[in-house]
Write a protein that binds this ligand. Structure first.
Ligand SMILES: *Cc1c(COP(=O)(O)O)cnc(C)c1O
Length: 366
């Protein structure tokens, strides 16, 4: 049996007509930037998250970067980010001229360890970016308490967690502002690059909208030296077609994840731990294994595609050499990099396929 790491086919088959209608609506209007689809999506996504405002932007990296800019974070400032995340979280900090300061994750949840945050705070620290990695929410109560105590801003990175909840509250509603990515493979994906920020703060929303539109609050009036990062009408229309199906797709991901959790019983495998207060949306089902590379090869030979999130921790990437963080100093992020394996999980994956993956993992010996 051949099992891809991710397949869009079941989703595309189900939503084909909705997607074609979306295309047709935009094409018939001949209006491609800043229009009714963007407006409708922003309203719908704000309603979905439970925030006052949503501003569509070009991608998830821009969402975080514009959020930091809107909070006046820049040169000379430090921003706390988890050491285990996709590089975009750190790049957003770098792009505004600030310095990312890495805090290690909790080895059980893979998310930032809140009890290590205070030790990383200096007088330059301006914000914390909790990343709800793999679709599981960070321990937001503790993080918000630390932020309040030290007067720090909180920018949530929700790129992998659309719809995930902590104590019944959706991600994106805890901090000052939150960034989402709609990269095609995310839980809610466009058919290209797209992103959004959500916030309850009108000033932040207005500033982000202006910053992503050449710094302009009114046509040809430029109040900031902005850039160009907008959610285009075509992608907004596709997102309008897909958003009503997000919850159903997340439920399906949870069903597959729970099959994995109850079915995988190989003592060599560490399964993901879920916080009692969190309902995850399983962007990724991350297992760990001391013999990860052998497991990967074995599964690939059985036709099961896998992935690693992420094979090289950010502090050891070439581009961040200048931070001078030597190997071994963020040992938990490194441990995750060397032992983590992501197994197939996507909407429409059949029970037979899930069982095939479970059986293969349970038969792994070496
Ligand atoms: C995907 C992702 C981003 C960046 O989103 P893009 O739309 O690809 O720019 C940021 N943070 C995390 C955690 C991500 O997974």
């Amino acid at each position: 049996m051949k099992i891809p790491f991710v397949s869009f086919l079941p989703m595309e088959k189900e939503l084909r007509n909705d997607i074609y209608d979306a295309f047709d609506r935009v094409f018939t209007r001949s209006w491609y930037i800043e229009g009714v689809e963007d407006e409708a999506f922003e309203q719908a996504f704000a309603d979905y998250c439970g925030t006052e405002y949503c501003v569509g932007v070009g991608n998830g990296l821009d969402a975080l970067m514009l959020a930091l800019k809107a909070l006046d974070i820049g040169e000379g400032d430090e921003v706390i980010v988890p050491s285990n995340t996709y590089i975009a979280t750190a790049l957003a900090v770098t792009y505004v001229g600030a310095t990312p300061v890495f805090v290690e994750p909790d080895i059980r949840t893979y998310n930032i360890n809140h009890s290590l945050i205070e030790a990383a705070i200096t007088e330059k620290t301006k914000a914390i970016i909790p990343v709800h990695l793999y679709g599981q929410v960070c321990e937001m109560d503790s993080i918000l308490e630390i932020a309040r105590k030290h007067n720090l801003r909180v920018v949530e990175d929700c790129a992998q967690a659309h719809g995930a909840t902590y104590k019944g509250q959706k991600v994106g509603t805890f901090g000052d502002v939150a960034g989402f990515s709609f990269y095609p493979g995310k839980n809610l994906g466009a058919l290209g690059d797209a992103g959004a920020v959500v916030t309850n703060n009108k000033d932040i929303a207005d500033k982000i909208r202006a910053l992503g539109n050449y710094g302009s609050d009114y046509k040809y009036h430029h109040i900031y030296k902005g850039n160009n990062s907008r959610l285009d009408e075509m992608q907004a229309a596709f997102l309008n077609a897909k958003l009503p199906h997000l919850d159903k797709m997340n439920v399906e991901r949870r069903r597959i994840a729970s099959m994995y959790t109850s079915g995988i019983n190989n003592p060599k495998i560490i399964k993901p731990y879920v916080l009692p207060d969190c309902i995850p949306v399983w962007h990724i089902y991350a297992i760990r294994c001391a013999e990860r590379d052998a497991l990967e090869k074995y599964l690939n030979e059985k036709g099961i595609s896998t992935n690693k999130h992420y094979p090289i921790p950010i502090h050891l990437q070439k581009c961040y050499k200048d931070l001078n963080i030597p190997e071994g100093s963020l040992s938990i992020a490194e441990e995750i990099s060397y032992t983590e394996l992501s197994i197939p999980l996507y909407y429409g994956m059949t029970d037979e396929e899930v069982k095939y993956v479970i059986d293969a993992i349970n038969m792994f010996k070496e």
